[in-house]
Design a protein around this ligand. Sequence first.
Ligand code: NCD
Length: 361
Amino acid sequence: MRSIVDITDLSKEEIQELIDTALDMIEHPAKYARACEGKKLATLFFEPSTRTRMSFEAAMYELGGHVLTMSDPATSSVSKGETVGDTVRVVSNYADIIAMRHPKEGAAYAAIRKSTVPVINAGDGGHCHPTQTTADLLTIYREKGRFDGLTVGMCGDLKNGRTVHSLVNALARYDNVKFVFISPEELRMPRYVIENALASGNAVCEEVSSLEDNIGKLDILYMTRIQRERFDSPEEYERLKDSYVLDARKMALAKPDCRVLHPLPRVNEISVEVDDDPRAVYFEQTRNGKYMRMALMLKLLEEARKDPAKWETHSPAAAKDLKCRNPRCICAFENGIEHVFTEDPKNPGHFLCAYCETPAE
Ligand code: NCD
């Protein structure tokens, strides 16, 4: 039985398998209408969501299954101080699969360690968002027919935006992908994401601050929102919130076959006039997300049926003397979490927090 913290929990071959299943679901929906009959999905969203939660729920309904939802933590036992681990342990008794979103980094792994059913990370703080990446990948595949050799620009809040972290992890595994990271100095892509991409040996990364100067070389432009909720200082957010606005004038500088993606919600980083540009595919992207979530749930439930044994993402080492130094990690907020670490594959002898991947001290 397998759970998903990030997109790299799926191999490239498995991603292609999910894409092929999703394309078949689009062509032949009736074939899948009872594929999850009798199965229950629980959606545990400790943080706001429209698309991700509803697309998971729509996906399960389209597979013939049922949905249990905890959309508002304020009306659940979480408001009484229940931990993620306890909540998930309880919900495992009611549902066959869980999709969970949480504001703290590493919360997905905390849940997985306690769950007896597959858990899918629907976003853990600024860390990862693998199912958004599956939506992004299907969109790119349908538009471009390939991942190899693409020049992919990511623009906006690359520091706090979890979708871009997972998308880099996914695309770095293909050949000759060139990343152009477009952000203000303060919102640069985290070093660990860039290092992971470079460690793949296939990717090239460039960090720039001007959208205008770089848009013309992109095959894909992935716009993101400045993540207000992850700023410690409201003044800093006010200063940076309008860093980039994609409008018709800037689109005139883009290639005729460039495609614009955005995980949504948008605030003002894409002006509405771009919506009618045939190169804008962000609304199709939301639809693609539903099919990829259908394909993923079907796969994980099938695997759980064949092999119900519990799954470990990492082989963590409990280390008494190490400490996670990420103040936004779930470890810093919940009592009773066992602090576990994994050896950094790129830096032997050094350890990463198994929950949020921050180097330990
Ligand atoms: C994203 C998220 O939640 O990280 N939204 C989504 O799931 N489609 C992007 C965002 O909130 O900016």
